[in-house]
Design a protein around this ligand. Structure first.
Ligand code: BG6
Ligand code: GLC
Length: 873
């Protein structure tokens, strides 16, 4: 460079100093924008936030299964276009795009609303005519690149015009209905506006179709803006916590509340005052192509006025708004052409530049466009950091889809932007992908996804709606259960009754005077346990327990009775030795969680089923609580026992006092009385079980089977192509993969979907985000139905108790045990709500049994001993 050129750039540099932003300044901008995003997302802070963070109601990226013919119109960039998009579900993610550009004269961009929408409809009609699409019903995606408040995909209220648009009577109205109205005037076309999308969203979709990692859409054109996929749980303005939704940040408005005032120069202020929307879109005005040339002009004008350029000669072109455009800036910055472009452009503007002038002007251009790229990079870096933090990753690979004239046509812009982003967020490996064919293709894809999802939703609903039992149906269930309870108690009907109502010969609940040492066994749940229970009575009433878990090998579990009982005795002997009381003589209580016909408290006959292949239930009162009269078990199996008046128990002699009845309600429905509410999935689970046709109610309500129901539904949905990309994996074929604990985890509200996916991965199921939403929903309907059915059954028992006592209102405590009840995040709540609805005259206190049924067995033994002693006396 000549010394004179050096001089020029020195002066220009000093002059333009405030336009230069070092990395620290950019990091500061980045931090400010991060704060702006948080503000825009918060329910309380959103109303005063400058950056509006608008929910787009676009939740899913294309998955390649979309197909069909779609239309799109694209309004708001430098070109107004109509598109026809053919999407093929051919596994190659291909689509075909045909477009036509229409002019947007000032009468359209600054006229009135009705004219604008009529014009769009006319252009579309013309387009359909040329493409031979008239009389074909087609879905349309509307790319409308202005800030719109949406409450659903196919609606959007314009918040404000930006850029070069200022059309009367449109602000605060829904642009989709306006477009629909205009389209209706064309009787010869049939277009269904299904989606309204911002150009950023359209761009993200266009790029996302080719690169599944794309989760940011960026526009640096006439205007500037970005969108990205945000976690639903952070979007307080939209219901629901599941999955992600694309947020249109409308970052052009960053700074409208003064947040960037320290960075804005006198030129920025002057430019703003002369714009269509003073005070608005201040960030956009420092960046986008609509304003870039103007900024350069204002700087050149001032410098000329101060004698720094063109010999101080202010020509009319320098005084004319809009005379210098982005295309001039781009051309002047082309290094390869040296100064020739610059010279030519300035000469065309009647500026008669010297060599020095050319160098200085080129420098001004560089500084202005560099600042633009840097500012954009800072805001984008904030978005990327947020994405990475949302995913709880230290490093992230992601793709940004980009469009816009400034980015595409300026010779150095893209390089500068990429470099700055990589400097500002070294923890993100970013791929920048240029949107091929603009945002129209993406808008069509959004429309196609909406189309596909609506169809999928309908099918999902069809599969799951049989699980949603209305209250009237639950009332019927309660009433049939009630009738079954009576059959089981009556002598004539007892033989044929499905709900067996087995007498337990437990006639008293603990009264606090029991004492001594007892042994207990607990067989039939997840573990076999032997317990030693020490009970103290009187003022220092307490229960101490010692227990040991023993394994029961499968061959014994499904072997002969003799082997089983020999094994049990061996375990007891080991336990006594372990406790250091070998050879002690102690009373023993046996929790035997299978249906037993008892002749007295210590004589039992099982319903002779093969080996361990009995139904699973627990049949003992288990809690040390004087008012406890109903006990309820929900874990592997499902059952209830309660204290019944002896006079109602026809098959046991005697009318005095009460006896505990083990209802064995799991068998409810085995006579077909609830078949109308069983789904095909229930039937499949039943058929695949060890005891087909038996324990039908239990199979709809207990932990051992709920996971299986879920699995059957998932298999069916996968077959229908609604899940796991239609692929039934090996793991999904495995019976029993969904244990209660997994269901409980999946349904936990605190779990983000990412974690749900992790749980599924543990189970060998590779899920997408959408898959995990569906899986969670499936688990939800299955467990809710179970809780509601249990509630209906319990209401029947409670009502019976109330009538036995002959009271208007029943105050009662129900003891509950079982992993499903204890671990599941919603089960107990839903069950209690149902009980309230179906037994409104009962005030129920639910009490969790802490130590399982072993302690109860010991207590019953203690009660038996006490009563026995009393009898002897
Ligand atoms: C186009 C998109 O490619 O880019 C438009 O299809 C978008 O939706 C436009 O608005 C932005 O760039 P420009 O330079 O045309 O404003
Ligand atoms: C303006 C609009 C915004 C659009 C952007 C790019 O900022 O308000 O909606 O995305 O321009 O076209």
């Amino acid at each position: 460079t000549e010394p004179s050129e050096k001089m020029a750039s020195f002066w220009v540099d000093r002059y333009l100093y405030p336009l230069r932003l070092c990395d620290d300044a950019l990091r500061d901008v980045m931090a400010r924008f991060q704060a702006e995003m948080v503000k825009g997302l918060g329910r309380d802070t959103n109303p005063t936030a400058a950056v509006k963070m608008l929910p787009s109601f676009v939740r899913s990226l294309p998955d390649g299964s979309e197909k069909g013919d779609f239309l799109a119109v694209d309004l708001g960039g430098s070109q107004f276009r109509a598109h026809q998009v053919k999407v093929f579900a051919d596994g190659k993610q291909s689509s075909q795009l045909e477009s036509k550009v229409y002019p947007t004269p000032k009468e359209v961009t600054e006229g009135n609303g009705a004219e604008l929408f009529d014009y769009i409809a006319d252009c579309l009609s013309d387009f359909m005519e040329t493409k031979n699409l008239k009389h074909k019903k087609l879905p349309l995606g509307f790319t409308f690149s202005f800030p719109c408040k949406q409450t659903k995909l196919e609606e959007g209220v314009l918040l404000a015009w930006t850029k070069h648009f200022k059309v009367r009577g449109v602000q605060d109205t829904d642009v989709v209905s306006s477009l629909r109205r205009a389209l209706q005037k064309h009787k010869d076309i049939d277009v269904d506006v299904l989606a309204l999308v911002n150009d950023t969203v359209g761009t993200m979709m266009t790029c996302g179709y080719d690169d599944q990692r794309c989760e940011v859409g960026l526009i640096i054109g006439t205007g500037t803006n970005a969108c990205y996929m945000e976690e639903m749980r952070h979007i307080s303005l939209v219901e629901g916590d599941e999955g992600r939704m694309c947020i249109n940040t409308e970052w052009g408005a960053f700074g409208d509340d003064g947040a960037l005032d320290d960075l804005r120069t006198e030129f920025d202020r002057e430019l703003d005052l002369g714009s269509l929307n003073p005070g608005k879109q201040l960030f956009e005005k420092m960046i986008s192509s609509l304003y870039l040339g103007e900024l350069v002009r204002l700087i050149l004008l001032k410098m000329t006025k101060e004698g720094l350029l063109f010999n101080g000669k202010v020509s009319t072109s320098l005084l004319t708004k809009g005379k210098i455009e982005m295309k001039h800036v781009s051309a002047m910055e082309k290094d390869k052409e040296g100064l020739s472009n610059t010279k030519e452009i300035l000469t065309d503007l009647n500026l008669f530049p010297s060599e020095e002038d050319c160098v200085a002007v080129q420098h001004v251009c560089t500084i202005v466009s560099f600042r633009s790229a840097n500012l954009c990079a800072a805001a984008l870096a904030a978005i990327l950091t947020r994405l990475r933090e949302n995913k709880k990753l230290l490093r992230m690979r992601t793709t940004v889809g980009i469009d816009g004239g400034l980015y595409k046509t300026h010779p150095k812009y893209a390089g500068r932007l990429h470099k700055a982003v990589r400097r500002l967020v070294p923890t993100c490996d970013v791929r920048f992908v240029l949107s091929a064919g603009g945002s129209g293709r993406g808008a069509a894809l959004v429309t196609a996804v909406a189309h596909r999802l609506a169809a999928q939703r309908r099918r999902l609903h069809a599969a799951l709606s049989p699980f949603l039992l209305p209250l009237a149906v639950l009332r019927d269930v309660r009433d049939s259960m009630r009738a079954e309870l009576e059959y089981g108690l009556k002598r004539e009907t007892q033989g044929k009754a499905t709900v067996k109502m087995l007498p337990t010969y437990v006639c008293g609940t603990p009264d606090g005077t029991e004492k001594g040492k007892f042994l207990a066994l607990d067989l039939g749940g997840t573990n076999f346990r032997v317990l030693l229970v020490k009970i103290k009575s009187g003022r220092r009433r307490s229960v101490q327990m010692y227990n040991k878990i023993f394994a029961i090998p499968l061959e014994i579990m499904q072997g002969t009775g003799e082997e089983l009982f020999d094994h049990i005795v061996q375990c007891i002997a080991d336990f006594l030795e372990y406790m250091g009381i070998k050879g002690a003589r102690l009373p023993l209580g046996f929790t035997f969680s299978f249906p037993c016909r008892q002749a007295s408290i210590d004589k039992v006959r099982t319903a002779a089923q093969n080996g361990f292949r009995w139904q699973l239930c627990v049949c003992l009162v288990k809690s040390y609580h004087p008012v406890l009269v109903i006990s309820f078990l929900l874990g592997t199996g499902s059952n209830v026992c309660y204290m019944e008046d002896m006079k109602n128990i026809e098959i046991v002699e005697g009318n005095e006092g009460k006896m505990c009845i083990n209802t064995e309600w799991g068998a409810f429905g085995d006579n077909g009385c609830i078949d109308h509410i069983r789904t095909k999935y229930d039937r499949e689970v039943d058929e695949g079980s060890l005891n087909p046709g038996k324990q039908r109610y239990e199979k709809m309500t207990s932990g051992m089977y709920l996971g299986e129901i879920v699995r059957q539904i998932l298999i069916d949905l996968t077959k229908q192509g609604l899940l796991f990309r239609g692929q039934i994996s090996e793991s999904l074929r495995k019976r029993g993969i969904f244990e209660t604990k997994f269901l409980s985890q999946i349904e936990s509200d605190r779990l983000a979907l990412l974690q749900v996916r992790r749980v599924l991965r543990q189970l060998g199921l590779d899920s997408t985000c959408d898959d995990s939403i569906i899986v969670k929903e499936v688990c939800g309907v299955v467990s809710t139905r179970a809780a509601r059915l249990c509630g209906a059954g319990l209401a029947a028992v409670l009502e019976k108790k109330r009538e036995n006592r002959g009271v208007e209102r029943l105050q009662i405590t129900v003891g509950v045990d079982g992993t499903l009840y204890k671990l599941h995040p919603h089960f107990s709540r839903v069950l209690q709500e149902t009980v309230k609805e179906l037994a409104p005259q009962c005030d129920v206190t639910f009490m969790l049994s802490e130590d399982g049924s072993g302690k109860g067995a010991a207590l019953i033994t203690a009660v038996a001993k006490r009563l026995h002693n009393v009898g002897q006396k």
